[in-house]
Design a binder for this molecule. Structure first.
Ligand code: SAM
Length: 321
């Protein structure tokens, strides 16, 4: 029987992927870190990073909960302590940003206010995205925790944002026709249903947390979906821009940057996670697919374009009325 579990596994051969990792012990130029993973503690790496090279900084730090990342355990702190900890790496990291850079920081509801407090001291806060985790953590005495936040901030008011690159295909429940009978901003696909291409809001309900049947899945306990990173990278950078992630984990940011022709670098303290990231990057050299993003369009959760067959492979030539 075909193995349906697509989780990426490391084997003995993958140990040689260590050769690609770098460690910073002196001031470094941009070329030396471009498309490289820095395997070390964020605090020992920051002093050696170059200045002013990053277009997009994506940060997915350990949240303020007890969590073990391999042999590295993060213990929940008081709000004040978490705020101080966050500031202790964010403030010195800001030197790597270009004057028109964008920054996204992930958090859960508990650390969202603290995260806002820290970033609003140093950056211009533009928005807070809330996204639905399909798999919520159940609780009998509280509401199930099913969402996370991502704060979006910029260095200045001069920043890049391209909403046309992140349009989403959505089913229209009540397709409206104008007086002349023509559809108002919708079209029919071959399945007979009405759809619209919309600009996404700051509420994202189309994401799936990586799990065993997804080819991007690894054993990392808090891996972000590639689709989430694709939205952020496409909205906030042009091709060839530099994307940096100081808590790289299993490498999602770097992998999606590579698939979308951006430069990348990132820091990760754990060696095994670095190897997963390298293995995913190796795969991304030939496989540019991003689940949920097809032909330049983001799809609703768990849908594929093949279920909505397109004439000549082009959305706009389809049954348009
Ligand atoms: C929330 S996870 C990031 C997950 C990542 N976005 C992904 O998609 O796989 C945070 C990561 O930060 C790493 N980490 C924790 N403390 C660190 C430190 N002091 N320096 C560098 N990395 C650290 C952990 O090992 C973990 O992989």
């Amino acid at each position: 029987m075909k193995n349906r579990n697509k989780t990426i596994q490391l084997n003995n051969q993958d140990k040689q992927l260590s050769d690609n990792l770098i460690h910073l012990s002196q001031k470094t130029g941009i070329a030396a870190i471009t498309n490289k993973i820095i395997h070390q503690d964020i605090f020992s790496a920051i002093p050696y990073l170059p200045n002013g090279f990053v277009d997009l900084l994506f940060i997915d730090p350990p949240y303020n909960i007890n969590k073990t990342f391999k042999n590295n355990t993060f213990r929940a702190l008081s709000d004040k302590e978490y705020e101080q900890w966050m500031e202790s790496w964010l403030a010195p990291l800001l030197k790597i940003l270009k004057p028109n850079a964008s920054v996204y920081i992930c958090c859960d509801w508990k650390s969202s206010a603290v995260t806002y407090n820290v970033i609003s001291k140093y950056l211009k806060v533009k928005n807070r995205i809330t996204w639905e985790r399909e798999k919520g953590r159940g609780a009998l005495t509280n509401w199930k925790n099913c969402s996370e936040d991502i704060w979006f901030a910029t260095v200045s008011d001069d920043y890049y944002f391209n909403p046309d690159a992140i349009k989403t295909l959505r089913k229209v429940i009540a397709p409206y026709r104008q007086e002349n009978g023509k559809p108002k901003d919708w079209f029919k696909l071959k399945d007979g249903s009405a759809y619209r291409l919309t600009y996404p809001s700051n509420l994202w309900t189309d994401l799936t947390i990586p799990f065993w049947s997804m080819p991007e899945n690894t054993e990392h306990p808090t891996q972000k979906p590639e689709k989430l990173l694709a939205k952020i990278i496409l909205a906030s950078t042009k091709e060839n821009a530099f994307v940096f992630d100081p808590f790289l984990g299993s490498g999602t940011t770097a992998v999606v940057a590579k698939k979308l022709n951006r430069k990348y670098s990132g820091i990760e303290i754990n060696h095994t996670y670095c190897l997963y990231a390298e293995k995913r990057l190796q795969k991304a050299a030939t496989d540019k697919s991003i689940q949920g993003y097809e032909q330049g369009i983001f799809l609703e959760r768990n849908t594929k374009l093949k279920t909505l067959p397109l004439k000549n492979n082009h959305l706009f030539t389809l049954n348009r009325e």
